[in-house]
Every structure is written in structure tokens, then in C-alpha cells.
Design a protein around this ligand. Structure first.
Ligand code: PMP
Length: 398
């Protein structure tokens, strides 16, 4: 299938799995691989530049999320490590106070698998359900928080179905009960404004790559006064919370990415929302028995998760790939299993409905031309796959 001009287009719509590093970020990083390679912990003058650069990056990341002090930011190797540090760090530190952790059924696997581990260590984890759109049941969450609860952990937005959670409301409940709130903002940061003070967030996970920074770096915001234990021990870098010589170029890159995200987020979110809605309505109008997964309005500007009856998602992805369109079946991190997505099952989809879902995540290079190309090829691709399925009703193929 060709574009109007007759050429096959390349349309990358899997930014949720991986994003290119912004050239401006790369440029900011380069000197820290070469000229300014010093270790920030050294005494000599070569270390100054690295120390200053890390301080600047810390300020920039703090500013993106409205943190009051740069020291509230701890750099890590990515969102998975930040989530591990938040949950294990709070659990170990507060063992004497209680053993209950309240989270949700739609968290990322890097939260759910830490919870499984902590359960084996004697902690009790309560998983709060969500509604058909993926919105956390705040009433059930409130009931679950008791006097033994040491942590509430809820994601800011779900990267798979795009639903944005009522974090300010949850923050209010947790703060009132004196329980720290951890928020995994990996999929949301740089897409929607986050304010840790206003939303009463105590710990917050960030990933650099989701901000168009390099991979292999992330951060955990830890509100001043919130006590956690380290999970990596060593030379005591990052206020003793994350030992190991700092990844200076990576941290500089994340700082630059956070600065750009803060400056450009508003206009970019508006642009992406328009393209997202064009993609969603274009496909829903042209493909019979296609549906949107997740919340219709309270959703990330770059997320469109669509479901097609009588179609197998993986086959659809391969067909799209052959036409130059790269999308995803859900979280790239769990694609190694053949199990349907736990998020799609949690919003009430049947196994076959979950398997018939495709995730498009838009980004900086997505434009109208690419979106219109996908909208144009989709009906034919779906129809062809449906024609091969014995389950497809005849009237759908007419
Ligand atoms: N949390 C959420 C909400 C995610 O979407 C992801 C994946 N991008 C992660 C955590 C894990 O990120 P990483 O694999 O970069 O550690």
C-alpha cells in the first residue's frame, strides 16, 4: 500500500516502547563523554564540571515536576530501578510501623513484580480495582488504607490504555492518613503537567527516555522528610540512596530532556491530542466493530489503544509493519509472554478482545500525513485478516 504520492511511508507509532534521543539532548551530553569525563566525587578540578552539571540536571528535573528542592531528586538507571527503590526502600524502612502496601491492578510489571517479591518477604499487598475505563476506584482505595499501611502506590497514567488517574484526590486521602504516596509517572511526565506539591505526592518515578532523553537513566523524587532505605549499597552517592559512580552524560541528558519537556510540553500536548483524536475517530469511523480501550477524554495526548473484533493483534502488527507502520500490542516489557495484557483484562476485556488490541503511541515526529496513512490502510488490513478468520460473521466481509 502506498501513500497518495505512491511511496510507502514510514510511520513510527511505538514511542511508548522507545523514543529517539532529541538531538539537542545528545549535543548537551557529548562533552561529558570526552572533555568533562571526570568523576564528580574526585577532589581535583576535572570533577567540578561534572558536579556542576549534575546539580543543574537535578534542578531541571525538580522543576519539571514542581519539586521544592533539587535534593529531592535521586538519579537512578531508569523507571524500573526507581520503582524498586520506592517500594522496597519504603517497605524496609517502615517494617516496624506496618506491613500493608496499597496499589492497583493496572500498575506496570516493575511495580507488580516488586509487590510479589515483598509479599514473599511478609508484606501484605492490596490491589485496588479499576473501572471499565481504567480509572482507579478511589472509594475502594480509601477503604484499603488502614493503620498498618506504609505506602500507597498508584501510577499517574497508564502507558498501555492511556488513562490518567485522579492523583490529586488519591494524594489528599493518603496525606490525610499520614501514608506516603508513590506515583509512577513514567508514561505521564512531559505529556501532562505534574505538580508533586499540589497533588500531594511523596515519591515519584521518572524515566529519561520517555522525555526524549537517553535510555539507562531515570529518577526518583523523594519529598523532603520521607524516609527510605537504599537498595544499592556502596560509595554513598546520591545522598546514600543510590551508590555507584554517577552516569554523568546520562544525567546531563535527562536534565536537558526535562528542560525541553517543560518548555515544549503544552504546545506538543495540544498537537498530539489533535493527531491522536484524528487517528482514533478516523479508524473507528472506517472500521466496523472497532473500539477504543481506556478513557475517552482523561487520556494521555499520545495514546490510542484500539480493539478490533475477529482480529489477532500480533497478525495486525505484522501486517502494519509490512506497510511501514510500527505499533505495539501493549507494554513492550511484557511482550515476551503470550498472556494477554493484565491491564486489558483488568478493564473487563475477554481474552480474545485483549488479543485483538493494538497500541499506537504518538511522538515528536508524528504528523498528519502519517496519521492519515494509517487511517487509510487500516480498513483494508483489518478486512483481510478478518477474511482469514472462521469466526468473522459474513456480513462484516460484505
Ligand atoms: N513504569 C511505567 C508506567 C512504564 O510504562 C514503564 C515502561 N516504559 C516502566 C515503568 C519501566 O520503564 P523502564 O523499562 O525504562 O525501566
Amino acid at each position: 500500500m502506498r501513500s497518495k504520492e505512491g511511496r510507502k511511508l514510514k510511520v513510527y507509532l511505538d514511542y511508548g516502547a522507545a523514543a529517539p534521543t532529541d538531538p539537542r539532548v545528545l549535543e548537551a551530553m557529548m562533552p561529558y563523554f570526552t572533555e568533562h569525563f571526570g568523576n564528580p566525587s574526585s577532589v581535583h578540578s576535572l570533577s567540578h564540571k561534572a558536579r556542576e552539571a549534575i546539580a543543574e540536571a537535578r534542578e531541571s528535573v525538580a522543576s519539571l515536576i514542581g519539586a521544592e528542592e533539587p535534593e529531592e531528586i535521586v538519579f537512578t538507571s531508569g523507571a524500573t530501578e526507581s520503582n524498586n527503590l520506592a517500594l522496597k526502600g519504603v517497605a524496609i524502612r517502615n517494617r516496624e510501623r506496618g506491613n500493608r502496601i496499597v496499589t492497583t491492578v493496572i500498575e506496570h510489571i516493575s511495580i507488580l513484580n516488586v509487590c510479589k517479591y515483598l509479599t514473599r518477604q511478609g508484606f501484605e499487598v492490596v490491589y485496588v480495582p479499576v473501572d471499565q475505563y481504567g480509572v482507579v476506584d478511589v472509594g475502594r482505595l480509601e477503604e484499603a488504607v488502614d493503620e498498618r499501611t506504609i505506602l500507597v502506590s498508584v501510577m499517574y497514567a497508564n502507558g498501555e490504555i492511556g488513562t490518567i488517574e485522579p492523583i490529586a484526590e488519591i494524594g489528599e486521602i493518603a496525606r490525610e492518613r499520614g501514608v506516603p504516596l508513590h506515583v509512577d509517572a513514567t508514561a505521564a511526565a512531559g505529556k501532562v503537567p505534574i505538580d508533586v506539591v499540589r497533588e500531594k505526592i511523596d515519591l515519584l518515578t521518572l524515566s529519561s527516555n520517555d522525555l526524549y532523553g537517553p535510555k539507562g537513566v531515570g529518577a526518583l523524587y523523594i519529598r523532603k522528610g520521607v524516609k527510605i532505605s537504599p537498595i544499592i549499597h556502596g560509595g554513598g552517592q546520591e545522598r546514600g540512596l543510590r551508590s555507584g559512580s554517577e552516569n554523568v552524560p546520562g544525567i546531563v541528558g535527562m536534565g536537558k530532556a526535562a528542560e525541553l519537556a517543560r518548555e515544549e510540553m503544552e504546545a506538543e500536548a495540544e498537537r498530539l491530542t489533535r493527531l491522536r483524536d484524528r487517528l482514533i475517530s478516523g479508524i473507528l469511523e472506517r472500521v466496523p466493530e472497532s473500539y477504543l480501550n481506556g478513557h475517552p477524554t482523561q487520556r494521555l495526548p499520545n495514546n490510542a489503544n484500539l480493539r478490533f473484533s475477529y482480529v489477532e493483534g500480533e497478525a495486525l502488527l505484522l501486517s502494519l509493519d509490512s506497510l511501514g507502520v510500527q505499533a505495539s500490542s501493549g507494554s513492550a516489557c511484557t511482550s515476551k509472554t503470550l498472556e494477554p495484557s493484565h491491564v486489558l483484562l483488568a478493564i473487563g476485556l475477554k481474552h480474545e478482545e485483549a488479543h485483538g488490541s493494538v497500541l499506537f503511541t504518538l511522538g515528536r515526529d508524528t504528523d498528519e500525513r502519517g496519521i492519515d496513512y494509517v487511517v487509510r490502510v487500516m480498513p483494508r488490513v483489518v478486512r483481510r485478516l478478518r477474511a482469514m478468520s472462521p469466526l468473522t460473521p459474513k456480513e462484516l466481509l460484505r
